[in-house]
Ligand binder design. Structure first.
Ligand SMILES: [Zn+2]
Length: 256
């Protein structure tokens, strides 16, 4: 996959760090420009009595910025919908389409719109994750690529953009692409630790390592992140490369 720009859209501050920050860190290191779009303000991320949403939102936005600094992500947009209340609306689709048309990523990394729970049935997926995943599917087709969608964005100067690739971070079974994060797992953990209001003294280190090790099993890496991937549009240079035969996927990633 030949990528120069990647965008990660997610629901809550810390989602991207838990999910795909190892991949993001390795992309950033290799010179790929990465943008983050955080849909909510994170203001429901505490069960402590007396916590004020507005105050928590400020803390969590600062934590997200700190995590971006660790990862080398300079472009952070916060849509600012109240945590827990994300709905699949035209406003949300428009807001995300604006970001995609502005940044024009080669790959969009999105939450899984089909995940209601995890395989062990010990976790019900947060509805914000799923809803943002659904909105991202709508952005991939038809919103970002189709000129008559959201004509007001044209007036703002945002021309249609066809996404070459869509990647969905996944828990495992449906994955088709495994990214080696052995070199960046420390950076992922450091970025995750920036979310102090969420991590507290939880031994996140171990938890992240265990999951990354599980995902790497059978793929020849120590640690991995897993994705299911869609190729929506073939880029010119890839067509050329394919014509010239040979060549598999570039740098440190395996399919299988
Ligand atoms: Zn979340």
């Amino acid at each position: 996959m030949n990528v120069e720009r990647a965008m990660v859209i997610f629901a809550h501050p810390d989602d991207a760090e838990f999910g795909t920050a190892g991949t993001v860190a390795s992309w950033a290191r290799s010179g790929i420009e990465v943008a983050y779009v955080c849909v909510t303000d994170g203001s429901a991320g505490s069960n402590e009595p007396g916590v004020v949403r507005e105050e928590l939102a400020e803390i969590r936005m600062a934590e997200q910025r700190a995590a971006c600094d660790v990862l080398g992500v300079e472009d952070l947009t916060i849509v600012g919908i109240q945590d827990g209340y994300v709905e699949l609306t035209l406003d949300l689709r428009r807001a995300l389409t604006r970001e995609v048309r502005r940044f024009r990523p080669d790959v969009l990394v999105a939450p899984d719109p089909t995940r209601y729970w995890d395989d062990s049935r010990s976790y019900i997926n947060h509805i914000d994750h799923r809803t943002v995943g659904q909105a991202c599917m709508a952005v991939a087709n038809p919103d970002s690529s189709t000129r008559p969608m959201f004509p007001e964005l044209l007036a703002e100067g945002f021309e249609p953009h066809e996404l070459p690739y869509l990647w969905i971070g996944t828990f495992g079974a449906e994955a088709d692409t495994y990214i080696d994060i052995t070199e960046t797992i420390e950076t992922k953990i450091e970025a995750l630790r920036c979310h102090k209001s969420q991590i507290h003294d939880w031994p996140v280190d171990e938890w992240i390592r265990d999951r990354a090790r599980e995902r790497a099993e059978g793929h020849g890496f120590e640690y991995a992140e897993a994705f299911k991937t869609f190729k929506l549009r073939e880029r010119e240079e890839e067509r050329r490369q394919a014509d010239e035969a040979s060549a598999g996927d570039s740098g440190g990633q395996g399919r299988g």
